[in-house]
Design a protein around this ligand. Structure first.
Ligand code: DC
Length: 246
């Protein structure tokens, strides 16, 4: 049985942590699509291309080959054959990804790669446009969000935990700006798919959110099964694994 779960939402809502946990519980792969936009961003940054130069960015798209492999279940991103996974969470890659992910040419290229991955395997995929554009037929769509205050507080604790000096007000302003950019761009803006389940994680633990997603998946699959499909075995397996984790 192959399943696809799409998780969309704004930055800092906990998508990747939750998606990873759900994928682990279901024994399927987690596809982090933000990492792909970051890999393209890294390529443009290395080439010294201005993010405002759309023609140059589009031309460079053809030169950047992004591919995904899994090592011990963890996604690795290859850029023209080089494993760049460790370079993707930098300020430069993030800024460039944010500035160039609105270009149609960049999106077309990565959407094609994302669809290929989901066609080959069961996936939990997170991003901004997974339920609306990439996998409109996903078995389950989640729109995961949290208040600006909750997201700023989480980020603040994360940074101070690493001894990075920061101000919670500035983090909150940054989050609001990124939300606005993601939701108001012309190509594939962030929005909740009509049939997506809306989850606000502000007052929920990671485990509660992951459990809510897995329960929703069960319900959806059970409600859609045909009489000849025996889902009980597959579901019981997952429930068992879930209770083992508690
Ligand atoms: O989730 P993230 O911060 O790693 O994403 C990096 C950038 O890529 C961010 O600016 C939003 C963009 N992105 C996107 O446009 N579509 C996606 N499916 C995933 C990320």
């Amino acid at each position: 049985m192959s399943v696809s779960i799409a998780i969309d939402g704004p930055a800092g809502a906990g998508k990747s942590t939750i998606a990873k946990l759900v994928a682990e519980k279901l024994h399927i792969i987690y596809v982090d699509t933000g990492a792909m936009y970051r890999a393209m961003g890294l390529y443009f940054h290395r080439k010294g291309i201005s993010p405002d130069d759309e023609a140059a960015i589009c031309a460079a798209c053809g030169e950047a080959d992004v591919s995904i492999v899994y090592e011990g279940g963890a996604q690795q991103v290859l850029l023209n054959g080089e494993n760049v996974t460790g370079c993707l969470r930098t300020e430069e890659a993030g800024k460039m990804a944010s500035a160039t992910s609105g270009y149609a040419r960049v999106r077309e290229k990565l959407v094609e790669l994302q669809r290929k991955l989901a066609a080959a395997k069961s996936v939990v995929m997170d991003g901004r446009d997974i339920g609306t554009v990439v996998l409109p037929q996903a078995d389950l769509k989640i729109y995961l969000t949290a208040s600006v205050e909750a997201r700023a507080k989480r980020r603040y604790l994360e940074l101070t935990g690493k001894n990075v000096p920061c101000k919670i007000e500035e983090i909150a302003r940054d989050i609001e700006q990124r939300d606005y950019q993601d939701m108001h761009r012309e190509n594939s803006p962030l929005r909740k798919a009509e049939d997506a389940l809306y989850l606000d994680s502000s007052e929920m633990s990671i485990r509660e959110v992951a459990d809510a997603i897995i329960s929703a998946l069960f319900e959806k699959l059970m409600s859609e099964r045909t009489p000849d499909q025996n889902l009980e075995g597959a579901l019981e397996e997952i429930i068992k694994k879930e209770s083992d984790l508690r």
